[in-house]
Design a protein around this ligand. Sequence first.
Ligand code: EPZ
Length: 430
Amino acid sequence: MEQYVIKGGNPLYGEVEIGGAKNAALPILAAATMANETVTIDNLPNVRDINVLLQAIEQIGAKVERVNEHKVKINGAYIRDLTVDNEFIRKIRASYYLIGALLGKYRETAVALPGGCDIGSRPIDLHKKGFCAMGADVDISHGLFKVKAYRLIGTHIYLDKVSVGATINIMMAAALAEGKTVIENAAKEPHVVDVANFLNSMGANIRGAGTDVIRIVGVQKLHKTEYSIIPDQIEAGTFMFAAAAAGGDVLVTNVIPKHLEATTAKLLEAGCEVEEFDDAVRVISNGKLRRTQVTTLPYPGFPTDMQPQMAVLLGIAEGTSTVTESIFENRFRYVDELTRMGANIKVESNIAIINGVPRYTGARVNAPDLRAGAALVIAGLAAEGVTVIDDIHYILRGYENLDGKLRELGANIELVTSEKELQKFILKVS
Ligand code: EPZ
């Protein structure tokens, strides 16, 4: 049993350092298996999804040396098994990045498909479309995505929907395909660019990442490199919103402010002060928030991974706000939990209509998924009284030391593992 317990009401003050981006690190670890030399990756976030993927990479035979909690060396020369399947890998979506990596390198692989997801159905048709267009045969059966290509040949691929996963997966396979691949309507997220930069540092020839059209000229092999992962824009945004909701003055360091533009814009609209520095942003909030409207969109739009945190903020803003989710269909599952903390939110189709209340009140709630879980932490920080959050294993998949970092800023939060620890905390704060 792991829970967060929070006594709300403390404003946040001080500095917090952001770690490496989980959603860049996952494909980069998969891509690291594509070289037969040692690849060193730094600024790795030490979170559960990363550790599960590293285990899977080790299980297929690659040499994985954990230099420290944020640095790993991977050598793909020793890969012997092209089937990736274990009970843990089935639980992380990012296992699909091993399809593109191993298909490119070995021309075949079978990877366990993750099941349904807590934020909605997560189709994989665009990944399949890309691999098939390059000449691969795909068979999805017995829970495995099996793909094989006699020859993998570069081609034009138009993505019907902007997809981070499909863009990255196709880019990885194309890096070692024959000839030129063009991905149109590609995702432009910072992590797509980071993966392209990483592959290029291994000798790939990828141009245009960060724009709608990515051009890849296949090379014969990839070589060793040393690479440091970009900072996590969602972790940064989560701390920015925590400061905004709880009030206070927080300097969020080790970030790329350009990646945070949509997040920053919404904080300004909500009445916070935001200062930008070269590699930091400072958020100042007196806790008095204004209504606004937001729609999630692919980058550079407002990220779906910040949608629940935004809704929590607007839940205590003056007036009526709306939050429209345009990427995933099931990303409002936190609303019932937040309602138990006093929020007044009505969901109609993909729009949450939020009537701001003066404050949240502490309650026992469940984290329905990673980002919604983080959002409930923010609600707990801003709430009156004690909030207990169950199912925090979701949160631990993507945030490193969230409670420790918040405590450094003055929050009254603990990760407890037993009823006794929980009661001890409650006694201490009451
Ligand atoms: C990535 O998921 C992230 N996951 C998600 O992070 C993030 O929410 C999402 O991108 C959007 O930014 C990882 O990087 C591991 P998509 P991904 O393909 O790649 C549809 C988090 O909390 N689609 O960009 O799976 C899909 O249904 C998470 O860290 C298809 O229709 O998302 C969605 O509507 C959760 N067919 C849209 O595209 C496909 O084949 C965008 O999804 C693929 C996707």
